[in-house]
Write a protein that binds this ligand. Structure first.
Ligand code: ADP
Length: 473
């Protein structure tokens, strides 16, 4: 029970593989890819513009600094000139420092000196030659180092650190807003696509609904009408409509043929059977071999007449030409009558009736045919020692008749098919027993023709129960 509940049903799975889900997922995935491509492109572009501007500024400082030092050192000492050039080019966002060949600091921005900003920057050893963005102590720095050569003398290394935290934070917040907007747009877009696809597939759904209800009886009456459908679907519907009409004609022709052949063969066979039986009755001088041959011929003729009668009944029912003489039937009396009729059967048939009278609207003779057929089957497919039960009850507004046996039973895989024409579970066995494979399909047709339903429950080697329900009158 638990296992069955925890797995999705076939219906749910087929829903997942439906055209609607596939199209929605496919288009949504492509839109998401496209949208994320655009967002990534914009972000990348913004980041490059931002960094390139600052890098250019860094390169400008790196290029200008040696000449500034040269100019200042003409007026004051080299060390003081270097410090002045640093002070001149420094600002709160740009920190500069110069290290001598031994790594000692020769000059640095005021903010570095006071330890106000850029702590640990001067102790960094792996600063690149080209401006590079690095995250240090939760701040974004554009760092670069260059050799300081003044008047042809190598004084040491000149370092530039540009604090671009403000711009970078702004960029990151724009980026996250952009991502959020992208996400919302994606969700809205997916919902809109799903809605649009569902609407676009409506004609196909209507067509499938119409074709689901088609049965051999309704083949010729089906009208597939699709307004506002795309031309491709309309074309498909038209083709289907033509196929259905052709099928309906072929089906009608086949039914007519079966009906005509059954009718034409039954009459001469009845005559043959009559002659055979009267010959058997009156033939006092027949040898044993002749009698046996005539008996076989007579029983085969009887069986074939029964088969033709069954075929005729089915053909009439399918043509809508099976008439029922509906009257109020007291099932208690009918089943008692049937008990009397099957009295001579090798297998005992017991009946169980309720105290109250159960009445339905039905055709007495057809009802007898139904119950006799089911009792016949129960006898055929049971051991003669196991009694057969014919049980009547009334549940709410329904008459319930059950024919139960404890015979060979019917495997589950065959249970849905036994009502089909000529279907037999065990072909060889049924043929030996003498069945035609039409009995249950006639029973079903008759029961349904009188507004009833029939179902079967069976267990191999345990037995079979046929249940028939009729509305009470
Ligand atoms: P048939 O004339 O061969 O009995 P039916 O249409 O009456 O044809 O039944 C179809 C098949 O269903 C039979 O061949 C038989 O295998 C199976 N069947 C019908 N009734 C029973 C039953 N009471 N017990 C077991 N099998 C049954």
């Amino acid at each position: 029970m638990f296992l069955i509940k925890s797995f999705p049903s076939v219906k749910q799975l087929s829903h997942l593989t439906s055209l609607r889900v596939r199209l929605t997922v496919g288009i949504a995935a492509m839109s998401i890819l496209g949208l994320s491509g655009v967002v990534t492109g914009i972000c990348w572009q913004m980041q490059s513009i931002l960094v390139v501007t600052h890098k250019n500024n860094t390169r400008y400082i790196a290029g200008r600094f040696p000449s500034d030092v040269e100019i200042y050192s003409d007026m004051v000492s080299l060390e003081e000139g270097t410090q002045r050039a640093i002070d001149n080019l420094s600002n709160p966002q740009t920190l500069l420092w110069v290290k001598g060949p031994q790594g000692e600091i020769l000059a640095q921005s005021e903010a570095l000196k006071m330890g106000m900003r850029g702590k640990n920057l001067v102790s960094l050893t792996d600063i690149p030659l080209q401006p590079e963005l690095q995250r240090i102590n939760n701040r974004y720095w554009l760092l670069c180092a260059t050799k300081l050569v003044v008047k042809g003398v190598h004084l040491g290394e000149f370092y530039i650190a540009q604090d671009i935290t403000k711009d970078q934070t702004m960029f990151l917040s724009i980026m996250s807003s952009l991502l959020l907007v992208g996400l919302i747009v994606t969700i809205l877009m997916t919902a809109a696509i799903a809605w649009y696809i569902q609407n676009a597939l409506q004609p196909l759904k209507r067509m499938s609904q119409t074709t689901k209800d088609i049965s051999p009886e309704t083949l010729g009456k089906v009208q597939i009408e699709l307004e506002n459908a795309p031309s491709e679907v309309k074309e498909l519907a038209q083709t289907l409509q033509t196929t259905l009409t052709d099928l309906s004609h072929a089906w009608e022709d086949q039914r007519q043929l079966v009906s005509n052949i059954s009718h034409e063969l039954r009459t001469p066979l009845t005559v043959v059977s009559g002659y055979l039986q009267s010959t058997l009755r009156r033939g006092n001088n027949l040898t044993d071999i002749q009698r046996e041959a005539l008996e076989t011929a007579s029983s085969e003729a009887e069986r074939t007449i029964q088969l033709l009668q069954d075929l005729l009944d089915l053909a009439r029912a399918e043509n809508g030409r099976m008439y029922f003489h509906l009257e109020t039937v007291v099932l208690n009396e009918l089943l008692t009558e049937i008990e009397g009729m099957v009295d001579q059967y090798p297998t005992p048939v017991k009946i169980s009736l309720p105290d109250q009278l159960v009445k339905i609207k039905g055709d007495k003779n057809r009802l007898k045919q139904v119950f006799l057929n089911l009792v016949d089957n129960a006898v055929k497919y049971s051991h003669s020692s196991e009694p057969i039960l014919l049980k009547l009850s009334q549940e709410k507004q329904q008459a319930n008749i059950q024919v139960c046996d404890r015979g060979v039973g019917i495997p589950l895989t065959h249970q849905t098919r036994i009502f089909e024409r000529f279907y037999r579970v065990d072909e060889a066995r049924s043929r030996n027993i003498g069945g035609t494979g039409l009995g249950l399909s006639i029973v079903k047709t008759l029961v349904e023709g009188m507004e009833g339903t029939i179902k079967v429950i069976s267990q191999p080697n345990q037995g079979t129960t046929f249940t028939i329900l009729f509305p009470v009158s």
